[in-house]
Structures are given as structure tokens and as C-alpha cells.
Design a protein. Structure first.
Length: 356
């Protein structure tokens, strides 16, 4: 018997807020010193220090935001599989996630000067292919298919169980267990490439896999209903402990400094996710006309964000200031607005609205 799942408003709100953060994250790349393919020109030397502030902003985002996306996506996987059955479930994933990947490859990437032919040539030479932001879609397809196969083979589509939230020590031990896995996947990334088989930054994948797994378990055991301020406090402490560890390793020039972000990924992803989930559950578990609109268009805004970022950067480049933080704001805010406005049109377009 199919089971009903509450469509928590706060999870929808987290998704559109995270989408805005992702766009601003990439706007920081456009205005910053880390190459993204269409950066603004470098600023005068006296302002270069602000690049480090933008990198810090990006580092904070990377510590948790894509992991939280995987958690939320996984939370609804079981109910979707139960409702549709394996074949329809997989077909739906290929349509709703696969088509955005194709759009990225043949429309968006060429638009931002990432050549379609050279991208595929690189894939046949090295096994690497740049899927843009839709690497997330491709990864989610693979995760979902693997889960559906495991569930189908073991007859594991189980009823929801009212079970207590994991103890704090279990959460911390789980984060520690991820450390050696992080290094193994980082090694694979260094050997195979940054976009190996379309999976961007393999060093982060243990955290992505873990959060996808935890999302499935959170649905099964109804953990979100039991999330309390204690878990939020533990989560933010885990996140802060991890960041302090990174800063310390860099301060002493440790041999582990360059890979320290991998060392702490389990703590930041799990910790900040618990904190964000509790805060939104407590204070933002409601909706209105605008939040519903933002939630409805968030996925399309995520997929098409590079068009907005590239266009704004090209228009703004002749007018840019020598202050990276100002450039970030000038690029970021219009890009967010344009990405969501474009997604609003896409979500009303026949055929496309069935995907997005």
C-alpha cells in the first residue's frame, strides 16, 4: 500500500533559498580570482585581498549546500518509488533529470563558450565531461537508479517506522568514518580528473552519498519530526569545529592543509544540514504566493543560472569597479532575478513545464 508523505513547506523553502545561494556562489566565482571561464578581469593589486573573502564565502557554501540538496532529494525518493514502481520511477528520472543534462550540454555550455565538440572530445580522451551545474542531475539519476535496484532486489520498500533520532555520538562517529572515504575519493579525483564520467569533484562524493542515504533513512524513520534544538546546536558545533580545524591546519602550514576541506566534509555537511533543517522547520514552515512561486521555479533557475550569470557578466564587464565585493553584488543580484524570471517563463512553456 502506498504511503502518504507530508510535503513540508520548510523543505520547499530550503530548496529555493539554496538555489539562490548556489547562484550567488557562482557569482562570487565570476567576480573572484578563481577561473570559471567568463570571469571579470582582475582588479588592481590593492583590492586583491577581497578575492579571499569571496573564496571564504564559496568555501562556507561548499561545506554543506550540495549535500543538503542530496538529502532533500533523497527524502522523497522512497515515496516516489512506491507510488510509480521501478520502471516508471527510472523513466521519470531520465526525463526530469536527464533532459536538463542534455540541455546543459547542447544549449547552455555552448552559450557560455564551453564548446560542445571539445567537451565530448575531452570525454573520449580522458573520461571527463563538464555537465555544468547539471552534474547534480546526472549524479541524482545514478543514485536513484542504484537505490531502486537495491530496493527491488531485496524487496526493501518498507513502511515508515516511528524511530528515535540517532544519538549524538553516533552522528559524530559517522562523520569520522567518512574521513578515510573522503581521501580515497579525492585520490580518484586526482587520478581520474575533476569531471570524471560527469561526476564533479569526486572528493566530495562520500558526503553526497552519505547525505543521500541519510535522507532515505530520515523518511523511513521520521527523523525530521524529531529534530530538536539540541540537534541544531550539535550540528552548528560540528560545523564550527570543522572550520576551526581547517583554519588551524592552514595557519601552521600543515601538510594536510591543502586537502583539509576533505578531512572535515562529513562534519560540515551533516552538522550544517541539521542546523538549517531545524531553523527552517521552526521558523519557515509556511508558504505564501511568492514562496510557492520561488519553490516551483527553483529547479529551472538552478539549471539555467549560467545563462543569467554569463549575460550579466558580459554586460557589466566594461563598467566593473576595482572592488571585487561590489562586482559580486552587481553580478549576483541581477543574476538571481534573471534566473528566476527566466525559469518562470520556462515553467509555463508547453513540454518544458512538464520537466521543470
Amino acid at each position: 500500500m502506498n504511503q502518504k508523505i507530508n510535503r513540508y513547506d520548510y523543505l520547499d523553502n530550503i530548496k529555493w533559498i539554496l538555489t539562490i545561494i548556489v547562484i550567488l556562489h557562482h557569482a562570487a566565482g565570476v567576480a573572484g580570482g578563481k577561473p570559471v571561464g567568463y570571469n571579470l578581469p582582475s582588479v588592481e593589486p590593492s583590492m586583491v585581498y577581497q578575492y579571499d573573502l569571496l573564496l571564504l564565502f564559496q568555501g562556507i557554501n561548499q561545506s554543506y549546500f550540495m549535500s543538503l540538496f542530496f538529502f532533500i532529494s533523497a527524502y522523497f525518493v522512497t515515496s516516489s518509488l512506491e507510488r510509480k514502481g521501478q520502471r516508471l520511477f527510472i523513466n521519470d528520472k531520465f526525463i526530469r533529470l536527464g533532459i536538463p543534462v542534455l540541455i546543459s550540454l547542447v544549449v547552455i555550455n555552448p552559450f557560455i563558450d564551453n564548446g560542445f565538440i571539445s567537451n565530448f572530445a575531452d570525454f573520449f580522451k580522458t573520461g571527463n565531461i563538464d555537465l555544468g551545474v547539471t552534474w547534480f542531475c546526472w549524479t541524482l539519476i545514478v543514485f536513484s537508479i542504484v537505490y531502486s535496484i537495491v530496493v527491488n532486489n531485496k524487496a526493501m520498500v518498507e513502511k515508515r517506522i516511528d524511530s528515535s533520532f540517532p544519538a549524538v555520538w553516533i552522528i559524530i562517529v559517522f562523520a569520522f568514518i567518512l574521513i578515510p572515504l573522503n581521501y580515497i575519493f579525492l585520490y580518484l579525483q586526482n587520478v581520474g580528473g575533476y569531471n570524471l564520467m560527469g561526476f564533479r569533484s569526486l572528493g566530495n562524493f562520500p558526503a553526497y552519498i552519505a547525505m543521500f542515504y541519510l535522507g532515505i533513512q530520515a523518511y523511513k524513520y521520521q527523523w525530521l519530526d524529531k529534530l530538536t534544538v539540541k540537534h541544531a546546536s550539535v550540528g552548528i558545533c560540528m560545523w564550527l569545529f570543522a572550520l576551526i580545524t581547517v583554519f588551524y591546519l592552514h595557519a601552521i602550514n600543515s601538510e594536510y592543509a591543502s586537502s583539509s576541506y576533505v578531512l572535515i566534509r562529513g562534519f560540515t555537511a551533516i552538522g550544517m544540514s541539521m542546523f538549517v533543517l531545524y531553523v527552517f522547520k521552526t521558523f519557515f514552515n509556511n508558504n505564501n504566493y511568492w514562496t510557492k512561486r520561488l519553490s516551483r521555479t527553483a529547479f529551472a533557475a538552478y539549471v539555467f543560472q549560467y545563462i543569467a550569470l554569463y549575460s550579466v557578466a558580459k554586460i557589466y564587464q566594461p563598467l566593473m569597479t576595482q572592488t571585487p565585493l561590489i562586482n559580486f553584488v552587481v553580478v549576483g543580484i541581477p543574476s538571481v532575478i534573471i534566473a528566476f524570471a527566466l525559469s518562470g517563463v520556462i515553467c509555463k512553456t508547453p513540454k518544458l513545464k512538464e520537466i521543470f
